[in-house]
Design a protein around this ligand. Structure first.
Ligand code: NAD
Ligand code: DAU
Length: 350
């Protein structure tokens, strides 16, 4: 039985990746290692937690001794690394937390994997899950390709860029087999409500202001999270060694248009008067260093690995709204306590 460790599996994307691998590959033993920070939630995995090919390990990827001992003991043949501090706004207030987890944590995993297999790389793979934000920002036109130069602008994207470089360095220097993917903005079930779409769904339900940074004309390329999990499956199994694959939804939206669309759909679901939720839209101060536009050219993964999104944006948004409406207890649980402190701090004075 092949042993695979997935890091960050209790988070938003990680939980969908863990589910995909546990259900689809009974011949793999999946270890989910997660520190359960504010963003990690074992509720996300209730449906598969008793599967015979699944084990949860609560640990911090920066814990050098623990990670090394775990790798020695379990002899993982592959790592799928998603654990990270992932929210740009938090990186602006606390950059060091991002350096610790995203840079030091990644190097710690690389080092443990190298120590384990350095004389026997055959059949091993370190898969690093990264973001399109490493490429910086686009103007009004153009797309990020795999050869776009790195140009990160936020402490979050700088830390992810740094970790991408370390993964490549371990490949070049020690011959570690690796693959990297850089994906655009995900949305879907289990998305923590600090991020734009779930934050707005939460606030529409509770009739709270919908904070739009700056003029709202910033553009993101949205992909349904389950399609990202499918892409990760494809890259892990079929991606060429030492390659990068960009993953995106071919689905660009300006924030203000996206939030208006959400309002329209939520008014219907909540049986409110059309236009009622739009009145909650509130323009607030801009994010410092705010990247204007992200958009992915996903031709390579499409042509080489045969991947394409399976869920259209209208379908995905409807499924997402339905999930949040049916899981308001999940939403209430994650927005109590520390979330309130974060929210008040982030949106103070608005
Ligand atoms: P998330 O914040 O929802 O989840 C991160 C998970 O990592 C949580 O379960 C958390 O507990 C865990 N974690 C954090 N620090 C840890 C540590 N020190 N040790 C062990 N576990 C730790 O993030 P997400 O949105 O699911 O993103 C997952 C990965 O995908 C990240 O690497 C992110 O950079 C990347 N990514 C995210 C998006 C997106 O739109 N969300 C897009 C492209 C790439
Ligand atoms: O592109 C991939 C990245 O997408 C991932 O690497 C990150 O982990 C993920 O968080 C996401 O980053 P963004 O900064 O694009 O996502 P966020 O949901 O925070 O913001 C989306 C856009 O909405 C962005 O232009 C900022 C804006 N925004 C966000 C919030 C939280 C607002 O206007 N108001 C808000 O309250």
């Amino acid at each position: 039985m092949k042993k695979i460790i997935i890091t960050g599996g209790a988070g938003f994307i990680g939980s969908h990746v863990v589910r995909q691998f546990v259900n689809k590959y009974p011949m793999y033993q999946i270890y989910n290692l997660d520190a359960l920070t504010y963003a990690g939630n074992l509720e996300n995995l209730r449906d598969i937690e008793k599967a015979s090919n699944y084990t949860f390990v609560k640990a911090d990827i920066t814990d050098e001794r623990f990670i090394h001992e775990l790798f020695q003991k379990q002899q993982f043949e592959a790592v799928i690394h998603l654990a990270a501090e992932s929210h740009v706004d938090r990186s602006i207030t606390d950059p060091l937390a991002f350096v610790r987890t995203n840079v030091l944590g990644t190097v710690n995993l690389l080092q443990a994997f190298k120590t384990l297999w350095q004389n026997n790389w055959e059949g091993k793979r370190f898969y690093h899950v990264s973001t399109d934000e490493v490429y910086g920002t686009l103007g009004e036109t153009g797309l990020f390709t795999e050869t776009t130069a790195y140009d990160p602008n936020s402490p979050y994207s700088a830390s992810k860029a740094s970790s991408d470089h370390f993964v490549r360095a371990y490949g070049e220097t020690y011959g570690m087999p690796y693959v990297v993917s850089n994906c655009s903005n995900n949305y879907g079930p289990n998305h923590f409500p600090e991020k734009l779409i779930p934050l707005c769904i939460h606030n529409i339900i509770h009739q709270k202001p919908l904070p739009i940074y700056g003029d709202g004309r910033y553009t993101r390329d949205w992909l349904y999270v389950i399609d990202h999990a499918r892409a990760i499956d494809d890259v892990f199994h079929k991606g060429a060694n030492a390659e990068t694959y960009n993953i995106g939804g071919f689905n660009e939206w300006q924030n203000i248009d996206l939030v208006r669309e959400l309002c329209r759909q939520m008014d219907k679901v909540l049986e409110r008067t059309p236009g009622e939720s739009e009145e909650l839209i509130t323009y607030v101060k801009d994010r410092p260093g705010h990247d204007l536009r992200y958009a992915i050219d996903a031709t390579k993964i499409n042509q080489e690995l045969g991947w394409a999104p399976s869920v259209t944006f209208p379908e995905g948004l409807a499924k997402t709204i339905e999930w949040y409406m049916n899981n308001q207890e999940w939403l209430n649980n994650v927005t109590s306590g520390a979330y309130t402190d974060y929210y008040n701090e982030q949106y103070s004075g608005e």
